[in-house]
Design a protein around this ligand. Structure first.
Ligand code: PBG
Length: 353
């Protein structure tokens, strides 16, 4: 047990007045509850503010769905036909959301992901449609091959047929070409998500050589090989047909390695960084914020995190609105400036009401 003396030594500010009251019950000088007494006081001292402009709204655009199509594992999220996605983006913009992040579901897939850099590819068409309908909205497009390859991997495959490997250097030109075609279609920001080495530098160079010096790069700099992407792979129809992504996405056990990944991407020209997923990686968000205080940092509140909340809320086990706001606030408090979240439209609506 601690003695009175050591307690006093640990709490020097408390010790004097309380000692003066010796004999009687010590008067409390420190009452943090004073600032929690009314809603006005609580708001006055609130440290973290969340607003609709912090949110990035991911959208799945489909070349095949004739109508908005529900995704079973992500209640409330749709695959949007190209001709309807811009209206939905406009609705989000009307609620104060400043950016959307686009994923494409092409009509056809092949081993090299031809749809990823096609001028009339699904994402390229969606970018043009949104830029035309809602020019004030920032359009970010995901750069990866997994939605476009028939094997579902993020790059080209090589090695023996019985034990294929996801190639790094050979895949980079495909990613560059996808990024350039998205920039040409009007994307404000490209977001490479493949976790290949040298990806950001290759894309920066490729964009510059094609005259897109002003297209920014939001790198998925610290992206983990996570089971939380499960529902997304239904939504984007991009699950690997065999194997997994552990040869390129990071081991969930590693935080120091995230700092190395972040640093490399900054050196390669990333304009913004990202930690993904978010909930199980709040420590990585905090460390990234401290590592690069000068760079905008996004947290990706991924599909599995969304699905967990939705499933519990549907059963009445959690109060959805409060839980979502607490989760998003927690990500900001951890150090994220921006949050990519499927809850964006709901959250923006709640904040407005
Ligand atoms: C594409 C990509 C994925 C996600 C974003 N971009 C899937 C993956 O890496 O397997 C996941 C997003 C989510 O789960 O919400 N590489």
């Amino acid at each position: 047990m601690q003695t009175k003396e050591t307690e006093a030594a640990r709490l020097p500010i408390d010790s004097a007045p309380q000692a003066a009251n010796s004999g009687e019950r010590a008067a409390l000088v420190h009452r943090p509850r004073r600032l929690r007494r009314t809603a006005a006081l609580r708001e006055l001292v609130r440290e973290t503010q969340l607003s609709a402009s912090d949110l990035i709204y991911p959208l799945f655009v489909s070349e095949v769905a004739p109508e908005p199509t529900a995704i079973e594992s992500m209640p409330g999220v749709m695959q949007w036909p190209i001709d309807k996605v811009a209206d939905h983006a406009a609705e989000a913009a009307g609620l104060g959301i400043r950016a959307v992040l686009l994923f494409g579901i092409p009509a056809a897939k092949d081993p090299v992901g031809t749809g990823a850099d096609a001028e009339s590819g699904v994402v390229q068409q969606a970018i043009r449609a949104i830029k035309q309908r809602v020019p004030e909205l920032a359009v970010i497009s995901d750069v990866c091959l997994c939605e476009y390859t028939d094997h579902g991997h993020c790059g080209l495959l090589g090695g023996p047929e019985t034990d294929p490997v996801v190639l790094n250097d050979e895949s980079l030109p495909r990613l560059v070409s996808a990024a350039v075609s998205q920039a040409r279609a009007g994307a404000d920001v490209v977001a490479p998500s493949a976790m290949f080495d040298g990806m950001v530098e290759a894309i920066r160079t490729g964009l510059d050589e094609s005259g897109f010096q002003d297209t920014a790069i939001l790198s998925y700099s610290a992206k983990y090989a996570s089971a939380f992407y499960g529902p997304f792979r239904d939504a984007a129809e991009g699950a690997p047909r065999f194997g997994d992504r552990r040869s390129h996405q990071m081991d969930p056990a590693n935080a120091r390695e995230a700092l190395r990944e972040n640093e490399l991407d900054v050196l390669e020209g990333a304009d913004m960084l990202m930690v993904k997923p978010a909930l199980a990686y709040l420590d990585v968000i905090r460390q990234t914020r401290e590592q690069f205080p000068e760079l905008p940092l996004a947290a990706y509140n991924v599909s599995g995190e969304y699905a967990m909340v939705k499933a519990a809320a549907e059963r009445g086990w959690l109060e959805e609105k409060r839980v979502v706001m607490e989760i998003l606030t927690g990500m900001k408090r951890a150090g994220a400036d921006l949050i990519i979240t499927y809850h964006a439209v709901d959250a923006a609506r709640w904040m407005a009401s």
